[in-house]
Design a protein around this ligand. Structure first.
Ligand code: ATP
Ligand code: ZN
Length: 295
């Protein structure tokens, strides 16, 4: 047995740290209590966390200080757009949380309503790499004004004509009289690693973690549905089950006209779906969460 331990970089505080720690917990990783601000040692897996700023994670992984990292695609691709130092990074697994969108936006009802309108104008952003790349690929020449934060105030302050910023609900844009007109990047949290030069034993630990995380991510969206269906409407009911391929059909004692249907649904199950199922004659419908999954 090797004593290699996987060094995983996670944001110390913020949206990625909450989601990341939650995912690790649900993947069964337990951490020893400690007062260390920078390190946390897992008790039941050869895994050590390094708690850092998310913006530093690509550089720590690219340079070998950490083996893997949890970072937003926005930060990863921005770094890669800025410098070839990050060309050796790849996504090992999309993690399905911290979803947000990098969007171009401009004052509502103003002169800018499309990418073409940006020609000869200025765009304020904390993502100069991605913004420049996006505009260059479309043959638009615009000035990029780099800002560290509060990008949404730039048009009002006369600093820039438009902005390129992260949006999740759109409330911030709305509050600043801005309207988005183009999506530059759809982002989520990802597990990142180097494409080459990884330690095999460390990768073994990562493999275990990735498999478990895949199960956690899949089971979060997957539900187990139980219902009773009239035999003569079974085809209709099967077709209504979201993302399920082969439900189990079982006899119900003393009933010839009704069968029990058990199905794993790999998509979200909405109230509307249940109402349609009932409309098709299904009764005693139960939707259960799935705690763990392994194919
Ligand atoms: P630090 O750099 O100090 O670690 P931060 O301010 O960059 O913290 P957060 O605001 O927690 O940290 O954002 C971390 C990541 O969360 C972003 O890079 C992005 O991937 C994701 N994210 C999800 N939704 C949003 C949003 N509405 N605004 C900003 N980031 C978001
Ligand atoms: Zn950050």
């Amino acid at each position: 047995m090797s004593d290699a331990r996987l060094k995983l970089a996670v944001q110390s505080k913020g949206r990625l740290s909450e989601g990341g720690m939650d995912l690790l917990k649900r993947a069964g990783v337990r951490f020893a209590y400690g007062r260390d601000q920078l390190h946390r040692r897992a008790e039941n897996l050869p895994l050590d966390l390094m708690l850092v700023r998310d913006d530093d994670i690509p550089s720590f992984v690219a340079g070998g200080a950490c083996d893997y990292g949890i970072v937003g695609e926005n930060v990863l691709y921005e770094m890669q757009a800025r410098s070839s130092r990050y060309a050796n990074l790849e996504v090992a697994l999309p993690l399905g949380f911290a979803g947000c969108t990098l969007k171009l936006a401009a004052p509502k009802g103003g002169a800018i309503g499309s990418v073409a309108d940006l020609a000869g104008r200025s765009v304020a952003t904390s993502y100069p790499g991605l913004t420049r790349k996006y505009l260059v690929e479309r043959g638009i020449e615009a000035e990029i004004v780099e800002m560290r934060g509060s990008v949404e105030v730039a048009p009002r302050m006369g600093i820039a004509d438009a902005i390129c910023d992260l949006v999740s609900s759109g409330a911030t844009l709305e509050a600043n009289g801005l309207a988005a007109f183009e999506t530059v990047l759809e982002s989520q949290a990802v597990l990142v690693r180097r494409t080459t030069g990884r330690n095999q034993d460390v990768d073994g630990v990562a493999h275990t973690l990735i498999e478990r995380a895949e199960g956690v991510i899949a089971s979060a969206q997957t539900k187990y549905i139980l219902l009773n269906a009239p035999k003569d409407r079974l085809a209709e009911i099967k077709a209504l089950l979201p993302g399920s391929d082969a439900p189990t059909i079982a006899q119900i004692a003393d009933r010839d006209d009704v069968v029990a249907v058990h199905a794993v649904c790999r998509e979200r199950v909405f109230w509307e779906t249940l109402e349609k199922l009932r409309g098709a004659g299904a009764r005693a419908i139960l939707v259960l969460p799935i705690e763990k999954m392994m194919a």
